[in-house]
Design a protein around this ligand. Structure first.
Ligand code: UFG
Length: 333
Protein backbone atom coordinates (compact mmCIF):
# COMPACT_ATOMS: atom_id res chain seq x y z
CA UNK A 1 0.00 0.00 0.00
CA UNK A 2 0.98 3.63 -0.30
CA UNK A 3 1.66 3.36 -4.04
CA UNK A 4 0.62 5.61 -6.92
CA UNK A 5 -1.33 3.99 -9.73
CA UNK A 6 -2.75 4.96 -13.10
CA UNK A 7 -6.05 3.26 -13.92
CA UNK A 8 -7.31 3.77 -17.48
CA UNK A 9 -11.03 3.15 -17.79
CA UNK A 10 -11.17 3.46 -14.01
CA UNK A 11 -14.69 4.92 -14.14
CA UNK A 12 -16.00 1.80 -15.92
CA UNK A 13 -17.47 -1.35 -14.43
CA UNK A 14 -14.47 -3.50 -13.53
CA UNK A 15 -12.06 -0.55 -13.34
CA UNK A 16 -14.12 1.31 -10.74
CA UNK A 17 -14.21 -1.73 -8.45
CA UNK A 18 -10.40 -1.84 -8.58
CA UNK A 19 -10.15 1.92 -7.94
CA UNK A 20 -12.32 1.48 -4.86
CA UNK A 21 -10.08 -1.32 -3.56
CA UNK A 22 -6.91 0.75 -4.15
CA UNK A 23 -8.30 3.90 -2.50
CA UNK A 24 -9.57 1.86 0.44
CA UNK A 25 -6.12 0.48 1.17
CA UNK A 26 -4.58 3.95 1.01
CA UNK A 27 -3.09 4.13 -2.47
CA UNK A 28 -3.05 7.26 -4.63
CA UNK A 29 -5.11 6.67 -7.79
CA UNK A 30 -5.22 8.66 -11.01
CA UNK A 31 -8.04 7.63 -13.35
CA UNK A 32 -7.76 8.32 -17.08
CA UNK A 33 -11.26 8.05 -18.51
CA UNK A 34 -13.20 10.02 -21.11
CA UNK A 35 -16.52 9.05 -19.44
CA UNK A 36 -17.94 7.75 -22.73
CA UNK A 37 -18.73 4.49 -20.92
CA UNK A 38 -17.54 5.34 -17.44
CA UNK A 39 -19.30 7.36 -14.76
CA UNK A 40 -17.92 10.12 -12.59
CA UNK A 41 -20.18 8.87 -9.79
CA UNK A 42 -18.43 5.50 -9.92
CA UNK A 43 -15.27 7.12 -8.50
CA UNK A 44 -14.72 7.30 -4.74
CA UNK A 45 -13.60 10.55 -3.10
CA UNK A 46 -9.83 10.67 -3.26
CA UNK A 47 -9.47 9.23 -6.76
CA UNK A 48 -8.27 11.86 -9.20
CA UNK A 49 -10.00 11.96 -12.60
CA UNK A 50 -8.20 13.08 -15.75
CA UNK A 51 -11.01 13.27 -18.25
CA UNK A 52 -9.43 12.45 -21.58
CA UNK A 53 -9.49 9.88 -24.34
CA UNK A 54 -6.72 7.32 -23.99
CA UNK A 55 -5.97 7.93 -27.69
CA UNK A 56 -5.06 11.54 -26.88
CA UNK A 57 -1.24 11.45 -26.94
CA UNK A 58 -0.85 14.88 -25.36
CA UNK A 59 -3.09 13.88 -22.44
CA UNK A 60 -1.09 10.69 -21.99
CA UNK A 61 2.19 12.62 -21.92
CA UNK A 62 0.79 15.06 -19.37
CA UNK A 63 -0.41 12.28 -17.13
CA UNK A 64 2.99 10.58 -17.10
CA UNK A 65 4.72 13.94 -16.63
CA UNK A 66 2.44 14.79 -13.70
CA UNK A 67 2.86 11.68 -11.56
CA UNK A 68 5.36 8.91 -10.98
CA UNK A 69 3.38 5.67 -11.18
CA UNK A 70 4.29 2.37 -9.57
CA UNK A 71 2.08 0.56 -12.07
CA UNK A 72 -0.53 1.04 -14.78
CA UNK A 73 -3.85 -0.83 -14.75
CA UNK A 74 -5.33 -0.74 -18.23
CA UNK A 75 -9.10 -1.20 -18.60
CA UNK A 76 -10.06 1.39 -21.21
CA UNK A 77 -11.06 -0.52 -24.36
CA UNK A 78 -13.85 -1.40 -26.73
CA UNK A 79 -15.34 -4.61 -25.35
CA UNK A 80 -18.43 -5.79 -27.22
CA UNK A 81 -17.91 -9.06 -29.05
CA UNK A 82 -20.87 -8.57 -31.43
CA UNK A 83 -19.90 -5.01 -32.31
CA UNK A 84 -16.34 -6.16 -32.97
CA UNK A 85 -17.61 -8.46 -35.73
CA UNK A 86 -19.33 -5.56 -37.47
CA UNK A 87 -16.41 -3.15 -36.98
CA UNK A 88 -13.30 -5.37 -36.77
CA UNK A 89 -10.91 -2.74 -38.07
CA UNK A 90 -11.99 -0.20 -35.46
CA UNK A 91 -11.66 -2.80 -32.69
CA UNK A 92 -8.21 -3.93 -33.77
CA UNK A 93 -6.95 -0.43 -34.50
CA UNK A 94 -8.23 1.18 -31.31
CA UNK A 95 -7.63 -1.57 -28.78
CA UNK A 96 -4.19 -2.48 -30.07
CA UNK A 97 -2.80 0.99 -30.76
CA UNK A 98 -4.24 2.58 -27.61
CA UNK A 99 -2.90 -0.19 -25.40
CA UNK A 100 0.54 -0.39 -26.93
CA UNK A 101 0.97 3.39 -26.98
CA UNK A 102 0.03 3.41 -23.31
CA UNK A 103 2.64 0.73 -22.63
CA UNK A 104 5.17 2.75 -24.63
CA UNK A 105 4.42 5.88 -22.59
CA UNK A 106 4.79 3.85 -19.38
CA UNK A 107 8.18 2.50 -20.49
CA UNK A 108 9.36 6.00 -21.45
CA UNK A 109 8.35 7.28 -18.02
CA UNK A 110 10.22 4.43 -16.33
CA UNK A 111 7.05 2.71 -15.08
CA UNK A 112 7.71 -0.99 -15.71
CA UNK A 113 4.60 -2.62 -14.19
CA UNK A 114 1.54 -3.10 -16.38
CA UNK A 115 -1.69 -4.96 -15.64
CA UNK A 116 -3.98 -5.67 -18.60
CA UNK A 117 -7.70 -6.35 -18.53
CA UNK A 118 -7.83 -9.35 -20.87
CA UNK A 119 -10.57 -11.83 -21.70
CA UNK A 120 -11.75 -15.43 -22.01
CA UNK A 121 -12.50 -14.48 -25.62
CA UNK A 122 -8.83 -15.33 -26.26
CA UNK A 123 -9.80 -19.00 -26.25
CA UNK A 124 -12.61 -18.96 -28.83
CA UNK A 125 -14.29 -22.38 -28.81
CA UNK A 126 -12.07 -24.22 -26.34
CA UNK A 127 -11.06 -27.84 -26.95
CA UNK A 128 -11.51 -28.79 -23.29
CA UNK A 129 -12.91 -27.41 -20.10
CA UNK A 130 -12.06 -26.00 -17.59
CA UNK A 131 -9.75 -23.70 -19.54
CA UNK A 132 -6.25 -23.32 -18.14
CA UNK A 133 -3.39 -21.15 -19.34
CA UNK A 134 -2.02 -23.94 -21.57
CA UNK A 135 -5.19 -23.92 -23.69
CA UNK A 136 -4.83 -22.88 -27.31
CA UNK A 137 -5.21 -19.15 -27.97
CA UNK A 138 -7.66 -19.06 -30.87
CA UNK A 139 -10.03 -16.10 -30.67
CA UNK A 140 -13.19 -16.24 -32.78
CA UNK A 141 -13.91 -12.51 -32.57
CA UNK A 142 -12.04 -9.35 -33.53
CA UNK A 143 -12.46 -8.27 -29.90
CA UNK A 144 -10.70 -11.39 -28.61
CA UNK A 145 -8.00 -11.09 -31.25
CA UNK A 146 -7.38 -7.43 -30.39
CA UNK A 147 -6.67 -8.42 -26.77
CA UNK A 148 -4.39 -11.25 -27.92
CA UNK A 149 -2.39 -8.80 -30.03
CA UNK A 150 -2.01 -6.56 -26.99
CA UNK A 151 -0.80 -9.51 -24.87
CA UNK A 152 1.75 -10.32 -27.58
CA UNK A 153 2.98 -6.73 -27.75
CA UNK A 154 3.47 -6.83 -23.99
CA UNK A 155 5.49 -10.07 -24.33
CA UNK A 156 7.87 -8.29 -26.68
CA UNK A 157 8.11 -5.28 -24.42
CA UNK A 158 9.21 -7.50 -21.54
CA UNK A 159 12.20 -8.77 -23.51
CA UNK A 160 13.14 -5.40 -24.98
CA UNK A 161 12.36 -2.99 -22.15
CA UNK A 162 11.88 -5.05 -19.02
CA UNK A 163 8.19 -4.09 -18.91
CA UNK A 164 6.60 -6.63 -16.58
CA UNK A 165 3.00 -7.33 -17.42
CA UNK A 166 0.17 -9.30 -15.89
CA UNK A 167 -2.69 -10.19 -18.23
CA UNK A 168 -5.89 -11.27 -16.49
CA UNK A 169 -8.28 -13.15 -18.73
CA UNK A 170 -11.62 -12.53 -17.10
CA UNK A 171 -14.44 -14.92 -17.65
CA UNK A 172 -17.87 -13.36 -16.90
CA UNK A 173 -17.45 -10.38 -14.60
CA UNK A 174 -20.66 -9.93 -12.62
CA UNK A 175 -22.15 -8.59 -9.39
CA UNK A 176 -21.59 -5.27 -7.64
CA UNK A 177 -19.71 -3.81 -4.69
CA UNK A 178 -21.20 -5.72 -1.69
CA UNK A 179 -21.74 -2.49 0.26
CA UNK A 180 -23.75 -1.06 -2.63
CA UNK A 181 -21.61 1.97 -3.51
CA UNK A 182 -21.07 1.10 -7.18
CA UNK A 183 -22.37 -1.40 -9.72
CA UNK A 184 -22.79 -2.25 -13.38
CA UNK A 185 -24.14 0.42 -15.75
CA UNK A 186 -23.39 -0.16 -19.44
CA UNK A 187 -25.03 1.54 -22.39
CA UNK A 188 -25.94 -0.48 -24.33
CA UNK A 189 -26.26 -3.31 -21.80
CA UNK A 190 -25.64 -6.72 -23.35
CA UNK A 191 -24.83 -8.84 -20.28
CA UNK A 192 -27.11 -11.56 -18.99
CA UNK A 193 -27.38 -10.75 -15.28
CA UNK A 194 -28.27 -7.02 -15.55
CA UNK A 195 -30.70 -7.78 -18.38
CA UNK A 196 -32.41 -10.55 -16.38
CA UNK A 197 -32.64 -8.34 -13.28
CA UNK A 198 -33.97 -5.43 -15.38
CA UNK A 199 -36.64 -7.74 -16.83
CA UNK A 200 -37.66 -8.82 -13.31
CA UNK A 201 -37.76 -5.22 -12.06
CA UNK A 202 -39.69 -4.06 -15.12
CA UNK A 203 -37.01 -1.52 -16.03
CA UNK A 204 -36.04 -3.53 -19.12
CA UNK A 205 -37.97 -5.61 -21.65
CA UNK A 206 -38.40 -9.37 -21.21
CA UNK A 207 -35.18 -11.30 -21.64
CA UNK A 208 -34.46 -13.32 -24.78
CA UNK A 209 -32.59 -16.55 -24.06
CA UNK A 210 -30.13 -16.98 -26.92
CA UNK A 211 -30.36 -20.63 -27.97
CA UNK A 212 -31.76 -23.76 -26.31
CA UNK A 213 -30.05 -26.38 -28.48
CA UNK A 214 -26.48 -26.20 -27.19
CA UNK A 215 -24.73 -29.43 -26.19
CA UNK A 216 -25.14 -28.61 -22.49
CA UNK A 217 -27.30 -30.27 -19.79
CA UNK A 218 -30.27 -27.91 -20.30
CA UNK A 219 -29.48 -26.72 -23.83
CA UNK A 220 -28.48 -23.16 -22.85
CA UNK A 221 -24.93 -21.76 -22.72
CA UNK A 222 -22.79 -22.31 -19.66
CA UNK A 223 -20.60 -19.50 -18.30
CA UNK A 224 -18.27 -18.91 -15.37
CA UNK A 225 -19.48 -15.85 -13.42
CA UNK A 226 -16.85 -14.20 -11.25
CA UNK A 227 -17.66 -11.44 -8.78
CA UNK A 228 -16.24 -8.06 -9.79
CA UNK A 229 -14.91 -7.47 -6.24
CA UNK A 230 -13.05 -10.79 -6.42
CA UNK A 231 -11.69 -9.66 -9.79
CA UNK A 232 -10.45 -6.43 -8.21
CA UNK A 233 -8.72 -8.52 -5.53
CA UNK A 234 -7.01 -10.58 -8.26
CA UNK A 235 -5.51 -7.33 -9.63
CA UNK A 236 -4.05 -6.40 -6.25
CA UNK A 237 -2.53 -9.85 -5.90
CA UNK A 238 -0.92 -10.00 -9.36
CA UNK A 239 0.65 -6.63 -8.69
CA UNK A 240 2.74 -8.32 -5.97
CA UNK A 241 3.37 -11.23 -8.31
CA UNK A 242 4.97 -8.93 -10.90
CA UNK A 243 8.04 -8.80 -8.66
CA UNK A 244 8.80 -12.27 -10.05
CA UNK A 245 8.22 -11.37 -13.72
CA UNK A 246 5.42 -11.21 -16.26
CA UNK A 247 2.42 -13.51 -15.84
CA UNK A 248 -0.81 -14.58 -17.53
CA UNK A 249 -3.84 -15.80 -15.57
CA UNK A 250 -7.33 -17.04 -16.29
CA UNK A 251 -9.76 -15.65 -13.73
CA UNK A 252 -13.05 -17.35 -12.98
CA UNK A 253 -14.78 -19.14 -10.15
CA UNK A 254 -14.29 -22.54 -11.80
CA UNK A 255 -18.02 -23.30 -11.76
CA UNK A 256 -20.29 -23.05 -14.78
CA UNK A 257 -23.94 -21.99 -14.73
CA UNK A 258 -26.38 -22.17 -17.61
CA UNK A 259 -28.55 -19.28 -18.74
CA UNK A 260 -31.56 -21.07 -17.24
CA UNK A 261 -29.75 -21.44 -13.90
CA UNK A 262 -28.95 -17.72 -13.89
CA UNK A 263 -32.61 -16.89 -14.52
CA UNK A 264 -33.60 -19.19 -11.64
CA UNK A 265 -31.05 -17.53 -9.36
CA UNK A 266 -32.43 -14.07 -10.19
CA UNK A 267 -35.97 -15.30 -9.47
CA UNK A 268 -34.85 -16.86 -6.16
CA UNK A 269 -32.89 -13.82 -4.99
CA UNK A 270 -35.35 -11.19 -6.23
CA UNK A 271 -38.48 -13.10 -5.33
CA UNK A 272 -40.05 -12.18 -8.68
CA UNK A 273 -40.33 -13.92 -12.03
CA UNK A 274 -37.95 -13.00 -14.86
CA UNK A 275 -40.17 -12.51 -17.91
CA UNK A 276 -38.35 -14.24 -20.76
CA UNK A 277 -38.74 -16.05 -24.04
CA UNK A 278 -36.54 -18.37 -26.03
CA UNK A 279 -34.82 -17.21 -29.21
CA UNK A 280 -32.12 -18.10 -31.68
CA UNK A 281 -28.49 -18.54 -30.82
CA UNK A 282 -26.39 -15.36 -30.75
CA UNK A 283 -23.63 -15.57 -33.36
CA UNK A 284 -20.23 -16.37 -31.92
CA UNK A 285 -21.36 -17.68 -28.49
CA UNK A 286 -19.37 -20.77 -27.44
CA UNK A 287 -21.43 -23.45 -25.62
CA UNK A 288 -19.31 -23.66 -22.46
CA UNK A 289 -16.69 -21.31 -21.00
CA UNK A 290 -15.38 -22.28 -17.57
CA UNK A 291 -12.01 -21.20 -16.19
CA UNK A 292 -9.39 -23.09 -14.34
CA UNK A 293 -7.92 -20.49 -12.00
CA UNK A 294 -5.60 -22.97 -10.36
CA UNK A 295 -2.47 -21.08 -11.42
CA UNK A 296 -3.77 -17.83 -9.95
CA UNK A 297 -4.78 -19.59 -6.74
CA UNK A 298 -1.42 -21.32 -6.35
CA UNK A 299 0.73 -18.33 -7.25
CA UNK A 300 -1.14 -15.60 -5.37
CA UNK A 301 -3.44 -17.27 -2.82
CA UNK A 302 -6.47 -15.77 -4.58
CA UNK A 303 -9.84 -17.41 -4.16
CA UNK A 304 -13.30 -16.05 -4.84
CA UNK A 305 -14.91 -14.77 -1.64
CA UNK A 306 -18.23 -13.95 -3.30
CA UNK A 307 -18.15 -16.88 -5.69
CA UNK A 308 -21.59 -18.38 -5.19
CA UNK A 309 -24.02 -17.48 -7.97
CA UNK A 310 -26.70 -16.35 -5.50
CA UNK A 311 -24.19 -14.05 -3.82
CA UNK A 312 -23.22 -12.52 -7.16
CA UNK A 313 -26.86 -12.04 -8.09
CA UNK A 314 -27.72 -10.68 -4.63
CA UNK A 315 -25.16 -7.86 -4.90
CA UNK A 316 -26.23 -7.09 -8.47
CA UNK A 317 -29.91 -7.10 -7.48
CA UNK A 318 -29.22 -4.70 -4.59
CA UNK A 319 -27.44 -2.27 -6.92
CA UNK A 320 -30.03 -2.36 -9.73
CA UNK A 321 -33.03 -2.09 -7.45
CA UNK A 322 -31.45 0.92 -5.68
CA UNK A 323 -30.37 2.47 -9.02
CA UNK A 324 -33.01 1.47 -11.57
CA UNK A 325 -31.69 4.08 -14.00
CA UNK A 326 -28.02 3.44 -13.27
CA UNK A 327 -25.65 6.08 -11.94
CA UNK A 328 -27.19 9.48 -11.18
CA UNK A 329 -24.88 11.22 -13.65
CA UNK A 330 -26.53 9.39 -16.52
CA UNK A 331 -29.64 11.05 -17.83
CA UNK A 332 -31.41 8.16 -19.46
CA UNK A 333 -34.53 8.77 -21.48
N1 UFG B 1 -27.50 -14.25 -23.03
C1 UFG B 1 -28.83 -14.46 -23.32
N2 UFG B 1 -29.64 -13.36 -23.50
C2 UFG B 1 -29.18 -12.09 -23.41
C3 UFG B 1 -27.81 -11.87 -23.11
C4 UFG B 1 -27.00 -12.98 -22.94
O1 UFG B 1 -29.29 -15.59 -23.42
O2 UFG B 1 -29.95 -11.16 -23.62
C5 UFG B 1 -26.63 -15.41 -22.84
C6 UFG B 1 -25.49 -15.44 -23.84
O3 UFG B 1 -25.88 -16.12 -25.00
C7 UFG B 1 -24.42 -16.18 -23.05
C8 UFG B 1 -24.69 -15.80 -21.59
O4 UFG B 1 -26.03 -15.30 -21.57
O5 UFG B 1 -24.60 -17.54 -23.17
C9 UFG B 1 -23.78 -14.73 -21.07
O6 UFG B 1 -23.77 -13.66 -22.00
P1 UFG B 1 -23.06 -12.26 -21.69
O7 UFG B 1 -23.31 -11.38 -22.86
O8 UFG B 1 -23.46 -11.79 -20.34
O9 UFG B 1 -21.52 -12.64 -21.59
P2 UFG B 1 -20.59 -13.37 -22.67
O10 UFG B 1 -20.26 -14.71 -22.10
O11 UFG B 1 -21.14 -13.34 -24.03
O12 UFG B 1 -19.38 -12.35 -22.73
C10 UFG B 1 -18.35 -12.37 -21.79
C11 UFG B 1 -17.74 -10.98 -21.68
C12 UFG B 1 -17.04 -10.60 -22.96
C13 UFG B 1 -16.08 -11.68 -23.36
C14 UFG B 1 -16.82 -12.98 -23.49
C15 UFG B 1 -15.89 -14.11 -23.86
O13 UFG B 1 -18.73 -10.02 -21.39
O14 UFG B 1 -16.31 -9.41 -22.77
O15 UFG B 1 -17.42 -13.31 -22.24
O16 UFG B 1 -16.57 -15.01 -24.66
F1 UFG B 1 -15.50 -11.40 -24.54
Amino acid sequence: AGGTYLVTGGAGYVGSHLVLALVERGDKVVVLDDLRQGHRDALPPGAELVRADIADRRALEEVFAGWRFDAVFHFAALSLVGESMREPLRYCAENVSNSLRLAEAAVKAGCLRFVLSSTAALFGNPERTPIDEAAKLAPTSAYGDSKLMVERGLDWADGAHGLRSACLRYFNAAGADPSGRIGEDHEPETHLIPLAIGAALGTRPPLTVFGTDYPTPDGTCVRDYVHVTDLADAHLRVLERLEHGSCRYNVGSGTGYSVREVIEAVERVGGRPVPHHFGERRAGDPAVLVASSQRLREDTGWSPKLGALDEIVRTAWAWHSAHPRGFDDRNKA
